[in-house]
Design a protein around this ligand. Structure first.
Ligand code: ADP
Ligand code: MG
Length: 249
């Protein structure tokens, strides 16, 4: 069984069946990409996983526990974190101050925290923030103002803030959308580094095939609200169904 199990999920908006019969299993510690044409239902599916939308039918379980009917912050506390297209950081603060915020929140109980709680009293928050910044290779930039950084580095900072919570499953909705190639490559490297160091599962929605093929171990193609194919990257490239639905050939 996967860390995330989506079974027979359907979601309708008025007359539009945005999702139907979605079955998808994300294996623990893998990177699973969900691709598909505009309007295929990718964001709708993601919203059904994080408590922003409730599916009309089906079930969604994370580590065997149902996510349906839970509030977004509860799902977050269970170990599911979402990364948005635009990094969610505090622009006027320095890199270090940005990372201190979730560290304080964790200590004061706003986030459920594993590692940070374990080291509480031995390691102070400053050391934790520094360790996480070192992890994402931003320690040398800790005094920079967040707004002055490249988009790739903003994404790095956001990920550092997110990692304080020790997520088990990261959901990424087009994390490189609108980025220049250098920032996109920076983000690919970042996600690979995180993956190497941590027990973390990633489900990534992405348009950029360079990103998909650089990261994904499994790829699900969603078309008109339904999974069309699930395959390895090697097998997906020339897949006739994929060419038809995704490339319009
Ligand atoms: P994708 O992310 O794959 O581009 P979406 O999940 O955003 O696709 O959208 C799937 C379909 O559902 C589209 O036709 C979109 O217009 C429609 N849709 C998405 N959200 C809503 C909503 N809140 N109300 C009505 N229709 C919606
Ligand atoms: Mg979308």
């Amino acid at each position: 069984m996967g860390i995330l199990e989506i079974k027979n999920v359907g979601k309708r908006f008025g007359g539009l069946q945005a999702l139907s019969d979605v079955n998808l299993s994300v294996a623990e510690n893998t990177v699973h990409a969900i691709i598909g044409p505009n309007g295929a239902g990718k964001s709708t599916l993601l919203n059904c996983l994080v408590g922003k939308l409730i599916p009309d039918t089906g079930s969604v379980t994370f580590q065997g526990q149902s996510l349906l009917g839970r509030k977004p912050h509860e799902i977050n506390q269970m170990g599911v974190s979402r990364v948005f297209q635009t990094p969610e950081i505090f622009a006027e603060l320095t890199v270090f101050e940005n990372v201190m915020i979730p560290c304080f929140a964790a200590r004061d109980g706003s986030f459920k925290l594993n590692a940070l709680n374990a080291v509480r009293g031995q390691n102070d928050i400053k050391e934790t923030a520094e360790a996480i910044l070192e992890d994402v290779k931003m320690l040398d930039k800790r005094h920079m103002t967040a707004s002055s950084m490249s988009r790739g580095d903003k994404r790095r900072l956001e990920m550092a803030m997110c990692l304080v919570q020790e997520p088990k499953l990261l959901l990424l909705d087009e994390p490189t959308a609108g980025m220049a190639r250098a920032d996109t490559n920076n983000t690919i490297d970042l996600l690979k580094e995180i993956k190497e160091k941590r027990d973390i599962t990633m489900a990534i929605i992405e348009h950029d095939m360079h990103v998909v093929f650089s990261l994904a171990e499994r790829i699900t193609v969603l078309a008109q609200g339904t999974p069309l194919v699930e395959e390895t990257p090697e097998n997906i490239k020339g897949h006739p169904k994929v060419r038809e639905a995704y490339l319009g050939e």
